[in-house]
Write a protein that binds this ligand. Sequence first.
Ligand code: PLP
Length: 459
Amino acid sequence: MSAGIFDRTPQDVEPIETAYRRISTQIPAPGTDNLLAILDHNESRSMHGQMPIVWDRAHDFSVYDRAGNRWIDFTSSIFVANTGHGNRAVKNAVRAVLDKGLMHSYAYASEIRASYLERLVEFAPAPVEKAMLFSSGTEAVEAAFKLMRMQGQKLGKERFGIICLEGNYHGRTMAAQMLGGGDDQRTWMGTQDPDVHRFPFPFTWDLGNKSGAAYFNDSILSLKEVGIDPKKHLCGLLLEGYQGWNAAFYPTDYVVAAQQWCRENDVLLAFDEIQSGFGRTGKKFCFEHYNVEPDLICCGKGMGSGVALSGVLGRAEIMDLPDIGNMSSTNSANPMACAAGLATIKEIERLNLIDESMRKGRILRRELMKLQSESGGRISRFSSRGLVAALIFNDEACGGSAAGFADKVCLRALESGLLVVRTGRESIKIGPPLTIADEALEEGLDVLGRAIADVAWGA
Ligand SMILES: Cc1ncc(COP(=O)(O)O)c(C=O)c1O
C-alpha cells in the first residue's frame, strides 16, 4: 500500500459487535470495489484517495455502510457534522423550507435569511456587525481577501499586500490557494502574486529562546528589509485558527503581537475559522483562545451542519465596502442553507456544545497522552484543543515512512470500526461530532491505540 492508495481487496477481519461498532463483513465490504470503480471511471481522480468505505447513512457520531457495518466517526465528515450527523433539528428546519418549495430565492429577501443573519451576528463575538454568505469555505476566503484589499484601496495604500503563513490551508480557488498550502500547490498559477507574503509558522520548537511576539517581529523585520513599508504596502494578515494538517496552535503572544501590529499599521486581521469555528476547539471560535478580536472571520464547514454554507463576518464599515450587489452569488444565502445555519446555532446552544467540546476535549487529551507514551516513540507529538487533535508520527520510529505508517493505522482503525481523518501526511487527525457520547469517545480512542499497536508490532 502506498500513501493515498488503499488495497481494495476484501480482507477477513475479526467480527466486532459493541454498543457503538459493528463489523460483520470483510473489509472493504463486498461491493465497495465496484462502486469505487464507477467513480474512478467517471470522476476526476482529484477527488479520490480516501479509505475504501462506502457511506450509506449516518446518525449522530455513527456512520453505516449498506452491509450494516457501523463505525464510530472521528471525522465529522471533515469537521462538518459538529452538531451530529443528520441532526434532527437541522433536518426538520431544512424540511420545513423544502415543504414550502423554497429551494432557491437568489438574492431576493426571505424570512429565513433575515432570521438567520440576525441570529448569526448575535452569535458571533463583538465587534462583528454584519455577515455575507456563500456556499464553500474557499469562497469565504476569496471574499476576505477582496475585502482586505478593498480596505487597503480605501485607505490609499500604494500596494495591496496580504500576509499569510506557510503551511496553512485556506481552500482551492485562486486567492485561497495563493494564501495557503505548499509551493507545489501553486505552480499551476504560473505567475505568483508579488503582494502575497509568507511568514514561517511559529512552531514552538522553532522559537528557540524567543517569545512568540519576538518571532512575529522578526518576520516583520524581514519584510522591511526587502523594502516593504507596512503602512503603505500591506492591507491584510490572514491566520488559520490552527494549522490544519497537524492541528498546530499559535503561541498566544504571537497572535496578540500580530493584532497590535495590525492596528498600528492599518492592516486588517482576518481569521480563517472554517475548520476551527462553531465549537470545534471548545470555544465558539478558535481566536478566542488567543484573546484577540479579528476584523474578519471566515466560516464554513460546521456552520451549516452539512448543508453547503459559508460566510464572512466583520464590522459594518468593512463588510459594506463592496457596492450594492457586488458580492452576491447565485447560491449565497440559499433558504435551505439559512435554515440549516439557524438550526445549527440553536442546536449548539441547546446542547451546550461549546462547553461539551471543551469537557470532552479533556478526555481526548488524557487518552492521547497515554497513546503517545505507549507508542514506543512512534508518536513524536500530538496537539489538541476541544474536540480536535492531531497525532504526528516520527519517520525513523515508523520504519522510514511516517505517512505510510499513518495510512496503515487509518486502515487498521477502519477494519476495527473507527473512522479517523487521513491527512496523506505524517499525521492522523481526530475530530468527532461534538455530540459524541463519552463512552464512544473512549472506545474509539482505545480502538485507535490498538490500531497503532497492531501496525507497530503486528496484529
Ligand atoms: C481552514 C480551512 N480553510 C478553508 C477550507 C476550504 O473550505 P472548502 O473546502 O469548503 O472550500 C478548509 C477546508 O478544508 C479549511 O480547513
